[in-house]
Write a new protein. Structure first.
Length: 284
C-alpha cells in the first residue's frame, strides 16, 4: 500500500520537557521530540476527542495509528525569511556531536547549541507535616524554552507524518493543539500547529520510497531517528550508541533483545524503513 508524506510545523507555546536519564539532581531533556512521544500525545488527544463511551479507547486508537501512520522525529527550527528551517544533529569527526541548520548554516557544537534553547527550574516535594522541603527531593528540571535565548525569536518543531494512502485517520489532520512530553500538569509541552504541507517528496532532505509496506528513506546522510544496530553497521557506522527502551502497558519493551540503537546524528549509509515505533531499521 502506498503512503503520502506531509511536513508539519508545530510552534512551541510553553516550556518543553522530553526526559533523558537524570544527571544527579538534574532531570535532563532531549533537544528533539521522538516519534513515539508524538504518537503517544496524538493517541491521547484523538482518543479523548473521539470518545463515545465513558472511557476513551486509547489502545484501539493507538494501534490504528501505528498501522496507518508513521512519524519522523521532530527537531527544533527557527524562521528565516518566512521559512522554518530545522536544526539537525550530526556527529563530525574531531568535533563530536554538532548541530546544523538545514539551509547550510555553520556547524554549532552541541554544548553551544544547548545554550541557545535550554533553561532550568527548581522543584522539590513538600513535607505536609512541616510544610518544608522533603529531604532528598530537591531537583532541577531542564527544559526547552519557547524562544531562542540569543535572538528572542519563537521556536518551532518540524517533522514529517506518513499516512497510508493519505488516510485522515480519526481526523488527525484536524489536530491543531497538542500537549507533549512531561511536566504537563505545570503547563509544559503545549504545541500549536502552524503549517501542514501536503504530499512532500523528501524527509529532511532524504528522498523517499512510499510504495512499500513501510516508508523507506534512501540513504540519508545522517540518521535522524534512533536506528537499530546490526553486525554490519556496528562496524561501519560513526556516531553514538544508546539503549532504547519504553514502557508499553505494564511491560518494558524494546525493538531488539539488546535494545541498542544508533543515536540521531550518527552516520551509517543504507536504506531505512520507518517502523511503527518511529525507530529506523536498515532495509536488507
Amino acid at each position: 500500500m502506498a503512503w503520502q508524506a506531509y511536513r508539519w510545523v508545530w510552534r512551541l507555546e510553553s516550556p518543553l520537557y522530553v526526559g533523558l536519564p537524570p544527571a544527579g539532581f538534574l532531570n535532563r531533556t532531549r533537544l528533539y521530540i521522538p516519534a513515539r512521544t508524538m504518537w503517544g500525545a496524538l493517541t491521547a488527544m484523538l482518543a479523548r476527542r473521539n470518545a463515545s463511551e465513558a472511557w476513551p479507547d486509547y489502545q484501539g486508537i493507538g494501534t490504528a495509528l501505528q498501522q496507518q501512520a508513521r512519524f519522523s522525529y521532530l527537531y527544533p527550527a527557527e524562521q528565516v525569511r518566512g521559512r522554518w528551517y530545522s536544526w539537525l544533529p550530526r556527529y563530525v569527526k574531531g568535533q563530536g556531536l554538532c548541530w546544523q541548520r538545514q539551509d547550510g548554516r555553520d556547524l554549532v557544537p552541541h554544548r553551544i547549541f544547548r545554550q541557545r534553547l535550554l533553561s532550568t527550574h527548581p522543584g522539590t516535594a513538600i513535607e505536609p507535616a512541616s510544610d518544608t522541603a522533603a529531604e532528598g527531593t530537591l531537583r532541577e528540571v531542564e527544559y526547552i524554552t519557547p524562544r531562542w535565548r540569543d535572538t528572542g525569536a519563537p521556536i518551532a518543531f518540524v517533522g514529517y507524518v506518513f499516512l497510508r494512502e493519505g488516510n485522515d485517520l480519526y481526523g488527525l489532520k484536524g489536530v491543531k493543539e497538542l500537549w507533549v512530553g512531561g511536566e504537563s500538569r505545570y503547563g509544559f509541552g503545549r504545541l500549536r500547529l502552524i503549517e501542514w504541507e501536503g504530499s512532500v517528496g523528501d524527509c529532511f532532505g532524504a528522498s523517499l520510497d512510499l510504495e512499500g509496506e513501510d516508508p523507506i528513506l534512501k540513504e540519508p546522510e545522517f540518521l535522524l531517528a534512533h536506528t537499530l544496530v546490526d553486525k554490519d553497521n556496528l562496524v561501519s557506522g560513526a556516531g553514538a550508541l544508546e539503549v532504547v527502551l519504553w514502557w508499553d502497558q505494564d511491560k518494558l519493551y524494546s525493538e531488539t533483545p539488546s535494545s541498542l540503537c544508533w543515536a540521531p546524528g550518527s552516520q551509517v549509509k543504507a536504506r531505512y524503513r520507518i517502523m511503527k515505533s518511529g525507530v529506523w531499521e536498515k532495509v536488507k
